[in-house]
Design a protein around this ligand. Structure first.
Ligand code: MN
Ligand code: MN
Length: 309
């Protein structure tokens, strides 16, 4: 059987890297010959996790077709988020927890999609279904991925399956997940080490809503003050990038991962459009959004509604 590569999306987060490692391990136990690789450098949080569990960083690839004919995708399916030559290889497996869009194949494949908080939660279930034991180190990694994607089970994307997986994985890894989780989330929020440009690009995604070009970035912090004191410079960087790339609206959602509240910084479209979306007023030039942590569930939908009406 020829070797297959397993990978998550570009600009990998912890789940993208961990789910690839976990799925590769599972498939190898089931008789496949696979290698987990990544489509970019691990971020600060993922680097902390790999180091904590003494796991090697996966090899980083730019293209796949130069080394294999077949690949398996985890934590994504949209081609623009995948390896650059995805159309030149055969996708044999997908395991994912996102919307399905811009995806098609020539041949039948194994496709597992579930609306849960983390791809590693689905893979945890697949280990049980296949009666394969999860090694201790891998359980620690998978636990970390779920904590990362669900912000310690507090994001509205969290499901019962995620909670069960966290409980089972923390038992295997013998870890107090609350205590470890805060330490891990803190490790991913080193704002001081990043430039204004890195902060506004770090986790930014583009959307077209109501015919407008919208950019939404999210910055995780443990202290709002770390961003507050740099806000004027961050806004200048946002304005410059919005002008350069033609964004009608650029939002930066600053999320405190310890108490699950956010503040919004906005550039572009009149403030009234954003105020309409959230039925809230700006306080100076930021908007308080208590309880908001999910871009996908709590920011994009109200904004879509406000801009499309
Ligand atoms: Mn991801
Ligand atoms: Mn994920």
């Amino acid at each position: 059987m020829s070797k297959e590569l397993v990978f998550g999306h570009q600009s990998p987060d912890t789940d993208a890297i961990v789910a690839a490692k976990a799925y590769s391990y599972l498939q190898n136990q089931l008789g496949y010959d696979t290698e987990a690789v990544a489509l970019g450098e691990p971020n600060a949080e993922t680097a902390f996790v790999l180091n904590y569990f003494s796991e090697p960083t996966p090899r980083i690839i730019k293209t796949a077709s130069n080394e294999v004919d077949k690949v398996m995708l985890v934590d994504h399916n949209e081609f623009q988020q995948s390896v650059s030559d995805i159309k030149d290889v055969t996708i044999t497996h997908v395991v994912d927890h996102h919307r399905i869009s811009n995806f098609e194949t020539q041949a039948p494949l194994f496709y597992r999609a579930e609306p849960v908080g983390c791809c590693s939660t689905i893979i945890t279930k697949m280990f049980a279904e296949n009666k394969i034991d999860i090694p201790v180190q891998l359980a620690g990694l998978m636990l970390s991925a779920i904590i990362s994607d669900t912000l310690l089970l507090k994001s509205p994307t969290t499901t019962e399956d995620d909670k069960i997986a966290v409980k089972n994985l923390s038992e295997i890894a013998d870890i107090d997940y609350q205590k470890y989780g805060i330490e891990m989330l803190k490790a991913g929020t080193n704002v001081a080490a990043k430039s204004d440009q890195e902060l506004i690009d770090g986790d930014a995604k583009s959307f077209t809503l109501g015919g407008k070009s919208i950019r939404i970035d999210q910055i995780n912090v443990v202290e709002f003050g770390d961003i507050q004191k740099r806000k004027d410079d961050i806004k200048k960087a946002m304005e410059a990038e919005a002008k350069d790339k033609g964004y009608d609206l650029f939002l930066v959602l600053v999320t405190n991962v310890l108490d699950s509240n956010s503040k919004l910084i906005s550039v572009g479209e009149p403030e009234s459009a954003v105020e309409k979306a959230f039925s809230k007023k700006f306080n100076g030039d930021t908007m308080d959004l208590p309880g908001v942590v999910s871009r996908k569930k709590q920011v994009v939908p109200p904004l879509t509604k406000a801009l499309e009406n």
